[in-house]
Design a binder for this molecule. Structure first.
Ligand code: FEO
Ligand code: CA
Ligand code: CA
Length: 640
């Protein structure tokens, strides 16, 4: 089956840098008199800017001025359902536990089904996903299954684990690949699809790139350091124009532990949060591979970006060590005008960093087979930001993480490029990278002149010495998050220089007045949200923002409702609420059909931690992570 390329570039997007919003921000920022760049800021420094911010907010309201956004924004919602604008429809595609193979067992809500059942069903906690079109009526969906809600997965709620339970949890992780088809009832899973596949925490995969075979990747089961079992905590994703799927390993540290009291966690592993206690998943108690004392190098084999061929169910997934080891959020891959592959990568932890990979080879438009190894070799960089005095914008540089450069030398504990990549976080600290407010998804504007990253929140900002209040991270104890934008020098994404600004600072303008907690001028009482996380562009250049934040709807978060999805026009800076998720969910994962008339959105962990959700089936049913399908009643382009 041939893969129909869904990555056509848009032609008419050159306005992105000269946008009205950029100019508005410039003016707003200079009049506000932000004091940035030399040490900590007090909130008092921002009080002088509030009148302008308030007046712009009043002017924006719910009125949609953008020419690319055509829906009527929705109000915040606390309902236990997916709410979309008038004229839009929502249907369910697949929920945790639904079969993805013919003859596979149906979902059993009792929590008593064995591990073998889960291996044939959609995993838990749907996250990043990509649709690979085969035709107008058929496509392959590749979806991450990030983690497990043990209180829902097991009848005993995870309190009486067995070896089979651990296997079941491992089978609920990883990636689900399945064909979908358009029927008279809409898009449906084809359980007989030849490409259907479950990739779990036990699927054999190959290590590739500069770290392959290094001693730190060797274990008793793999003396050569070349083959790893499984992928888990697959957060967000990416896709390549040569038709492969990228899945990103995030919080891998939670799956390891040991009962051996003599085991001391080395400093290199502490940086990733590895601890002997294994209370959450308890895999180490029943699977020696996760016992730190028995397999101290196993954690080094996780925390990578994995490339998967969704068109070949037999193909071994490939872990790409050249892209660094950290708590990967997504992999925003683009082909630079030079032909090099550029992948932007966030490391989602308080005070961690933003990265960029540039391939050594160039993309071959004439023969896709020649592109298969482009992620094997290249240069990894980490971002360092500086702020223009008094403004929330400035310059930045990408610092190369290459053995022998910038102090990445034996005197500082780095003996090879493999060690630089296995200990990427330590390397970033060594070169003086900027600590960020939890970099989540990156998205590159289809016009290729700018890129954006959600910095979701960071309670440690301003409270830890290595996380001072600074330009791109301007608020102490940041509870709302912001989206940073950067423009590479000469629109060349391989350049080591860029300009940056803050595209939006989330906040609550009804609770807070006269401080940066109210948010930037494009935040209003009508569109406010917290903790931006998922991020992506459609082909028309609309930017979609998904949230994973506080859904209490009270105090600092009053008026925000449940987690949600918003649509923004980068040319005007407007942001409008498009969707609200059910109770206690996170909205994460986004992909479209080629014609942009169907949007797939992930609803993760409705009813987490025992909250009262019964999404999607209602009644008294168990809440289940679900991919929803959104269309327009008039069959038009989503968002337009
Ligand atoms: Fe899996 Fe950073 O979210
Ligand atoms: Ca996320
Ligand atoms: Ca998040």
């Amino acid at each position: 089956m041939s893969y129909k390329n869904s990555h056509d570039q848009c032609s008419n997007l050159d306005h992105e840098q000269d946008s009205e919003f950029t100019r508005m921000t410039d003016k707003a920022v200079s009049r506000r008199g932000f004091l940035v760049g030399t040490g900590a800021l007090s909130l008092g420094a921002f009080i002088g800017m509030s009148p302008l911010a308030q007046s712009v907010q009043a002017a924006m309201g719910t009125e949609v001025k953008s020419k690319m956004i055509g829906f009527k924004p929705i109000a915040a919602s606390t309902a236990d359902s997916v709410v979309v604008p008038e004229g839009y429809n929502v249907a369910n595609l697949i929920s945790w536990g639904d079969p993805i193979f013919a003859n596979a067992p149906e979902f059993d809500p009792s929590g008593k089904a064995p591990a073998s059942t889960q291996a044939q069903q959609f995993g838990d906690n749907t996250d990043g996903m990509t649709l690979f079109p085969l035709s107008d009526e058929r496509a392959v969906m590749a979806v991450n299954n990030e983690y497990t809600n043990n209180d829902l997965l097991f009848a005993h709620k995870g309190e009486n684990m067995t070896a089979d339970d651990v296997k079941k949890a491992q089978n609920a992780h990883g990636v689900s690949v399945f064909e979908i088809q358009k029927t008279s009832k809409g898009w449906e899973v084809d359980r007989s699809g030849k490409l259907n596949r479950r990739i779990t925490a036990n699927t054999p995969m190959e290590l590739t790139g500069p770290a392959v075979g290094h001693d730190l990747l060797k274990t008793a089961a793999d003396a050569e350091g070349k083959e790893v079992l499984g992928t888990f905590n697959n957060c967000a994703n990416g896709e390549t124009p040569w038709g492969t799927y990228l899945t990103c390993e995030e919080n891998f540290h939670n799956y390891f532990g040991t009962a051996d009291e003599s085991y001391v966690v080395p400093v290199e592993q502490k940086r990733y949060g590895i601890k002997p206690a294994d209370k959450r998943y308890q895999w180490s108690k029943f699977d020696e591979r996760f016992d730190l004392a028995k397999n101290p190098n196993e954690p080094n084999r996780h925390g990578w970006v994995v490339e998967i061929d969704p068109m070949n169910p037999e193909a071994k997934p490939l872990k790409r060590t050249a892209l660094g080891r950290f708590k990967h959020e997504n992999a925003a891959l683009m082909i630079d005008n030079s032909g090099h592959v550029v992948v932007y990568l966030g490391d989602d932890e308080r005070g961690e960093h933003l990265y960029k990979f540039v391939s050594k080879g160039k993309y071959d438009t004439s023969n896709q087979a020649n592109n298969r190894d482009l992620l094997v070799e290249g240069t990894l960089y980490v971002a360092k930001f500086s702020a223009t005095e008094g403004e929330l914008k400035g310059k930045g540089e990408w610092i190369e993480l290459t053995f022998g450069k910038h102090g990445l030398t034996p005197e500082n504990g780095f003996n090879s490029q493999a060690e630089v990549l296995i200990h990427t976080r330590l390397a970033a600290t060594q070169v003086g990278a900027t600590t960020m407010d939890r970099p989540e998804w990156v998205a590159v504007h289809p016009g290729k002149k700018s890129a954006f990253c959600t910095l979701t929140n960071n309670k440690n900002r301003g409270k830890k010495d290595n996380q001072p209040v600074d330009g791109p991270n301007p608020r102490a104890g940041n509870k709302y998050g912001q989206i940073i934008r950067w423009m590479p020098a000469n629109a060349d994404h391989t350049s080591v220089e860029f300009d940056w600004d803050l595209y939006v600072i989330a906040g609550n303008p009804t609770v807070h007045k006269g401080s940066l907690e109210a948010g930037s001028s494009n935040i209003t009482s009508e569109n406010m949200f917290n903790s931006p996380d998922g991020l992506g562009f459609d082909k028309g250049g609309r930017m979609w923002i998904m949230t994973d934040g506080k859904y209490s709807n009270k105090d600092d978060f009053a008026g925000m409702g449940n987690n949600q999805m918003l649509c923004s026009d980068p040319a005007t800076g407007e942001i409008h609420r498009f969707l609200s998720g059910p109770i206690a969910c996170e909205v994460t994962g986004l992909t479209f059909t080629l014609d942009q008339k169907t949007m797939f959105v992930g609803i993760q962990h409705p009813g987490e931690k025992g909250k009262p959700s019964h999404f999607p089936a209602g009644g008294n049913s168990k809440p289940r992570s679900t991919i929803v399908v959104i269309t327009r009643e008039d069959g038009g382009v989503i968002g337009a």
